[in-house]
Write a protein that binds this ligand. Sequence first.
Ligand SMILES: Nc1ncnc2c1ncn2[C@@H]1O[C@H](COP(=O)(O)OP(=O)(O)OP(=O)(O)O)[C@@H](O)[C@H]1O
Ligand SMILES: [Mg+2]
Length: 479
Amino acid sequence: MSSGLLTTESVLQAGQKLLELRPVEEVFHSILEIAASAMHAETALVLLRTAHDYEVAASRTVAGQTRGLGDISLSLLNESISTNRALLTESAVEDPRFSGRSSVILQHIQSAVIVPLTGRAGVEGALYLDSRSDRDLFRKENLSPLSTLAAFATLAIENARRFESAKREIATLMSADISRFLVGDSPVMQELYAMIDRVSPHDLPAMITGESGTGKELVAREIHRRSLRQGKPFLALYCGNVSPELFESELFGHKKGSFTGATLDKQGLVEAAEGGTLFLDEVADIPLSLQAKLLRFLQESEYRRVGDTETRRANVRILTATNKELQSEIQQQRFREDLYFRLYILPVHVPPLRDRLSDVPVLTHHFLRRMKGHVTGISPEALRRMLNYSWPGNVRELENTVARAAVIARGDRIEADDILHQGLTKVSADEDDVSWRAAEKKHILKVLSLVGGNKSRAADLLGISRRYLHYKLKEWNEG
Ligand SMILES: Nc1ncnc2c1ncn2[C@@H]1O[C@H](COP(=O)(O)OP(=O)(O)OP(=O)(O)O)[C@@H](O)[C@H]1O
Ligand SMILES: [Mg+2]
């Protein structure tokens, strides 16, 4: 008898083969192939559970037709899945569980078998086989080897899916725009990464503070990327320089006809970002009249579109950024204190570039790589100048300086002369060198000239040892 083909040994062999397969479609087709040929079934289907229903992941018939949900007994399927047991019917025509199915098909089905596919998360679907020619093709003794095959099949599906999602993740990382990643490994950046890690898993609002150009928006993206919301939208709204009406409509959407120009219903960003993160940039600039509405949204997750009476709900995490002193905005009654407390629950401070000058080289190379131009490096002298500057415009200023220098550079690296930056070009002149070493040199030489070059006297006046003075003068070639 044909059913004898499904021995323990053949099931193990088939299982092994299934586990090696990817992508997942190949696993589905192989399951059908193995089960149908071993059992001499005419129709074979892999069904997967969806939120409310089932879907046919793959189907196969001897005659090469496609089969759908309408061709099988849903009650048999439901029963097998809800009890997590393999079931068979020897005569579909006489089986009440097949009632309601298309009679044409029923006339032909002699026997059918359903085996649940049970994974770690419970029953995920089922394998369905039927035969139209043989009435007792499927027997009770087949159920156990078929269930073993189904266990292998489920593992193989999970395996293939995991492989695919890892592959997708790698692809996203590789294709990701590197400009969206934070660069720098100075101690203050390490602290920032640690803070981002602590803040990311929560759904609470986080406020990112820091001077202009420090990378606040990148930090917001990074928080999203490391959160469970990753994969859902990250949307940003700039809050400065917009009229309250426009701002409200951007944030919450509007109903058609609610104001001039509102010709269609429009969804707001809170809706578009559903499940994800909404980043409110320059949050200090949110019009006062809207701050109460934002507060309500933060408290209740509820909002209304402009001109609408319907209250809607949204699941969005709010991140904000500001480079203003919000405390003084509160004192001047431009920012609501209650809103501030809501938004400031998790504070993340981005340090200025002058506190992480050791990141300048890696940032410079990062920007050069991003420009993909002929310039790929920087001379030690040019870099020295960059390290002797305080970068009031932070990383943005550095980015612009590197971009300009790369355009001017003739060779494949930035030379000191390529840096057309007022603060930077003069930095090597003593009066612009603000380093402690420069100040020390200037002071010592000044005192020395005041005492007519008498080193002992100068050392006494300076409160330093003669040895130290000699050592310094030698270093400066003044001795
Ligand atoms: N650590 C970093 N690594 C790589 N690029 C960075 C980093 N920090 C900032 N940048 C880049 O510098 C520029 C400014 O960063 P961003 O716009 O995030 O700053 P910001 O703090 O939001 O500034 P503003 O307050 O002016 O809006 C961007 O082009 C950004 O890609
Ligand atoms: Mg910004």
